[in-house]
Ligand binder design. Structure first.
Ligand code: CA
Length: 231
């Protein structure tokens, strides 16, 4: 499973965003944000595989973005983009949890090499197992049956795990309760037991949703069934 990795570029200088995006998009999915607040939101919501993070940003500077990201347990590699004279900035950035830095003006070849190296290192650290990343900062380890939300482990029952892995594996596709009984519970017939699905969905929401009363991950299609939020 060689899925395209996602790079989040947080940079307010449009010409730099353009050149990075142009070169990186051949190999990666690209997300962009042009201020620190938007960058932080996007990093937490979309769970990119790597961040290219400018330091001097409107609203929230790159140091703060990095600090808050780490505080929230997000471990995606961060490469800071820093001005040539900013020796102190590099040190400060690395102390706040950045993994690497690139000095502006940079060569695009250097950026490509650094991005690749940091993604490879992270993949090796994660053990190269089959991992499903899903909306909401969820990471589902399909071989070890572990689920992480923003890098924090969740305690799920086997059935909750099965249901989550199934729905998240088909984002956006709506399944009726009967479908889910068959696919997840492997029941050959469907009777009143379909309520079991509702109960399991409710429990799962309590564990994975920020606000279980207003779910954003496991969604209800009224009168039809349930589906997992699209990426
Ligand atoms: Ca800037």
């Amino acid at each position: 499973m060689d899925e395209k990795k996602t790079v989040l570029i947080v940079e307010d200088e449009k010409s730099i965003v353009d050149i990075l995006q142009y070169n990186l998009k051949k190999e990666y999915n690209i997300l962009t944000a042009n201020d620190g607040e938007a960058g932080l939101d996007m990093a937490l919501k979309e769970n990119p595989d790597i961040l290219l993070l400018d330091l001097m940003l409107p609203k929230l500077d790159g140091f703060e973005v990095c600090r808050i990201l780490r505080e929230k347990g997000n471990k995606a590699p961060v490469i800071i983009l820093t001005a040539r004279e900013g020796e102190d900035d590099k040190v400060k950035g690395l102390e706040l949890g950045a993994d690497d830095y690139i000095t502006k003006p940079f060569s695009i070849r250097e950026v490509m090499a650094r991005v690749k190296a940091n993604i490879r290192r992270t993949a090796m650290e994660q053990g190269a197992g089959d991992v499903l990343t899903a909306a909401g900062g969820l990471r589902i380890h399909l071989d070890s049956y572990q689920v992480f939300k923003h890098d924090k482990p969740l305690e799920l029952t086997q059935r909750e795990y099965d249901l989550l892995a199934f729905l998240a594996g088909h984002p956006g596709k709506v399944y009726s309760r009967g479908d889910l009984m068959e696919q997840v519970w492997n029941y050959g017939y469907v009777g009143e037991d379909v309520r079991t699905v509702d109960v399991t969905v409710r429990r799962l929401r309590e564990k994975i949703e920020d606000d279980p009363a207003n779910p954003e991950l496991i969604l209800t299609r009224r009168g039809v069934g349930y589906y997992f939020a699209g990426q």
